[in-house]
Design a protein around this ligand. Structure first.
Ligand code: HEM
Length: 219
């Protein structure tokens, strides 16, 4: 693993030239992920079905509390691909994190709401004093069309993913349509999808349909 850190103005940009995802079994939910922890300590985990189109995905984000928001880019860059942006809501009970569906059309504006992706809570680890967590199903994150073309990462054995994180919390943390400030960090990595694909995926999604599980573990 090799990292280069470039100081550009006020922004620290962390470029991951290679990141090796490893299999991870989440004992709180029974879900197996392909997991990557970035140099900044933020973990991104992805689970997919084996051969379904369009494929839903399960995304888990575990971020140190110093981050006000972190985004996951399904196409490996900021613009023209689904962005799953998440942050802690600040609530002490109930919903402790939130996911916001966005797509950026340029680098100078806050990414717009992206209505073609739908998110549903999934059971996962709870937030604690050091980390906030998000575990969610996404329908519409693995397949999309933009001015860059048509994409379906489920067909691929490896995907390029990217993330960005900011230490500044969203303007209204309790709302997933909140305005956000630009990130200080981003990273891009190649992600082997074979470890993410699992024949049990549909049973994990069925469990998520249980509202009591969903509300209890939306953390
Ligand atoms: C107010 C919101 C945002 C602004 C103004 C913004 C602006 C920018 C700018 C100017 C760059 C160019 C590179 C550099 O920093 O020097 C960049 C890169 C990047 N941004 Fe954002 N960004 C925003 C939100 C997001 C979000 C929510 C994500 C979600 C993952 C994201 C992901 C990335 C990534 C992965 C890159 C580097 C790769 C690329 O060039 O596409 N950004 N952003």
């Amino acid at each position: 693993m090799r990292f280069s850190e470039i100081l550009t103005g006020a922004a620290l940009v962390v470029l991951a030239s290679s990141q090796t995802p490893t299999p991870y079994y989440d004992s709180t939910s029974g879900i197996s992920y392909s997991s990557v922890t970035q140099a900044n300590g933020v973990t991104f985990r992805v689970a997919l079905p084996v051969a379904v189109t369009p494929a839903d995905a399960i995304l888990q984000v575990i971020a140190p509390v110093k981050y006000g928001w972190c985004g996951f880019a399904w196409g490996g860059h900021m613009i023209n691909n689904p962005l799953s942006v998440s942050w802690p809501t600040g609530a002490t009970t109930g919903q402790k994190s939130i996911v916001s569906s966005r797509m950026a059309l340029g680098y100078t504006a806050v990414p717009s709401p992206y209505p073609n992706a739908t998110y549903t809570p999934i059971k996962g680890p709870a937030a604690n004093s050091t980390h906030w967590t998000l575990t969610t199903r996404c329908q519409g994150c693995t397949i999309w069309s933009s001015s860059d073309g048509d994409f379906n990462i489920q067909n691929e054995t490896e995907a390029v993913f990217a993330y960005a994180c900011s230490s500044t919390p969203p303007v209204t943390p309790s709302s997933n349509t909140s305005d956000i400030q630009v990130h200080e960090e981003f990273g891009i990595w190649g992600h082997d999808l074979s470890a993410a694909k699992n024949a049990s995926f549909s049973s994990w999604v069925k469990a998520a349909g249980n509202a009591s599980v969903a509300s209890r573990f939306w953390a």
